[in-house]
Every structure is written in C-alpha cells, then in structure tokens.
Design a protein around this ligand. Structure first.
Ligand code: CMP
Length: 137
C-alpha cells in the first residue's frame, strides 16, 4: 500500500466540486486516510511549493493557492502515487485526457483543480508538511 498527498485547489473548492473530486478517488480504490479543509497562509504556500521558487509562475502560484481554502488529503491504495496522477490528468487541463479530474473540473494550468505528489519520496515529505501521524488513520 502507498500513500500520496492530494490537494483540492482554490478554483475547485470555490466551484463546490469537492465531493465530486473525492468521489473519483474513492470510486477508483483510493481510500481517504486523512482529510482537512484549510486556508493556507502565504508562508505555507511559499514553503509547500519552494521547489518551484525559481520558476516564472511561482508568485502567481502562491497567490492562487491562498485565494480560497483548499482541501488536503492523504490518499491510500495500491500504486497510490501513479493512480492519483492518472486520475488527475495532465498539469495543463487543455492536454488532460477526457474523463480526468483536470479535464472535467479545471480552468487552465494555474487553476488546475488538484495537486498530487509526483513521487513516493515527495509524497512522504508533502504528507508530513500537512499531517501529524495521529491524523492519518
Ligand atoms: P501542481 O501539480 O500543483 O504543481 C505546481 C503547479 O504550478 C502546477 O500544478 C500548476 O498549477 C502550476 N503551474 C503554472 N505554470 C506551470 C508550468 N508552466 N509548468 C508546471 N506547473 C505550472
């Protein structure tokens, strides 16, 4: 069993599609092992995405991530990292396959509905960023 971090981003929480997105995970065998809705601070968003701090889109990304609450989750299941990324679809919703979360709910590459860890190692770090051990069950 693997665990991965998922974030339902501000565009999706504002559109009230939290339940529809969670349904995609559960229907496809990813169990919600932890979940909370939070308002990120600027320093939270900067720290979480610090790997992108030299990229041209970093400031806009931070601004977007604090524009409304997000839902952070630990998803658990077989091949959870890859399964979550397959369900999300390509980062740019214009390139995402039909039926994926980003194709169905995202606006553009900045407001792209969901984030998912891109490796098992990053998943461990990202889960630790948001959750304590006792919150994951
Ligand atoms: P996410 O998977 O959350 O990781 C970083 C985010 O930066 C990404 O989704 C996009 O929403 C955003 N982003 C904006 N422009 C780009 C880009 N050119 N390449 C990758 N990510 C981008």
């Amino acid at each position: 069993m693997e665990q991965t971090l998922s974030i339902i981003k501000p565009d999706a929480t504002k559109k009230m599609v939290i339940g529809k997105i969670i349904d995609r995970f559960e229907t496809n065998g990813l169990r919600i092992a932890a979940i909370k809705k939070i308002q990120l601070s600027e320093s939270d968003a900067k720290a979480f995405y610090s790997v992108h701090k030299e990229r041209p889109f970093y400031n806009d990304l931070v601004k977007f991530m604090i524009s409304a609450p997000v839902v952070v989750m630990v998803l658990e299941g077989q091949d959870a990292v890859k399964k979550n990324r397959d369900l999300m679809g390509a980062t740019n919703p214009k390139e995402a396959q039909k039926g994926t979360i980003r194709a169905d709910f995202a606006e553009n590459i900045d407001a792209n509905a969901v984030h998912g860890s891109d490796s098992l190692e990053n998943a461990k770090n990202e889960i630790g960023f948001f959750f304590s051990k006792k919150e994951i069950c």
